[in-house]
Design a protein around this ligand. Structure first.
Ligand code: HEC
Length: 102
C-alpha cells in the first residue's frame, strides 16, 4: 500500500513538472512572437524597448501584468502596444516566462 502511494506521488510530481515546463516553453514562444522585436533577452532581440534579461528582479508579477495590459499607465507616450486582448492562458504563460528572467 505504501509503495502504491509513493508511485502515485511520483507520477503526480512528474506530471506537474511537465505542465510547468510546457507553460514556460509556451511563454517563451509568445515572447519571441510578440515582444522580441522590441525587447532583447540575453543579447537576442530588438532595442526599441528596454532589455528584459533580468526583468523579474526589477518588476513584480502584478506590475508586469499592468505594463502588458496598459503600457500607457506607466508612460502615457508609450509606444508599446497593449496586450489586454491576449488569451488568459497565453498571458499567464508569458508572465510565467518573464518570472524566470531574473
Ligand atoms: C513596439 C515595441 C514594443 C513591443 C512589441 C513590446 N514592447 Fe515592451 N516596451 C516597449 C518600450 C518602448 C518600453 C519602454 C517604456 C514605455 O515606453 O512604455 C517597454 C517597456 C516594457 C516593460 C517595462 C520595462 C522596464 O524596465 O520598465 C516590460 C516589462 C515590457 N515592455 C514587456 C513587454 C512584453 C512582455 C512584450 C510582449 C508581450 C512587449 N513588451 C512588447 C516597446 C515594446
Amino acid at each position: 500500500m505504501k509503495r502504491a502511494v509513493m508511485i502515485i506521488v511520483a507520477f503526480a510530481a512528474a506530471a506537474l513538472i511537465t505542465v510547468a515546463a510546457q507553460a514556460e516553453g509556451q511563454g517563451e514562444q509568445i515572447f519571441k512572437q510578440k515582444c522580441s522585436m522590441c525587447h532583447s533577452v540575453k543579447g537576442k532581440g530588438g532595442t526599441m524597448g528596454p532589455e528584459l534579461t533580468a526583468i523579474s528582479a526589477r518588476m513584480k508579477e502584478k506590475d508586469l501584468r499592468e505594463q502588458l495590459e496598459n503600457p500607457k499607465k506607466a508612460n502615457p507616450k508609450s509606444s508599446m502596444p497593449s496586450y489586454k486582448t491576449l488569451a488568459k492562458a497565453d498571458m499567464n504563460a508569458l508572465l510565467g516566462y518573464l518570472k524566470t528572467l531574473k
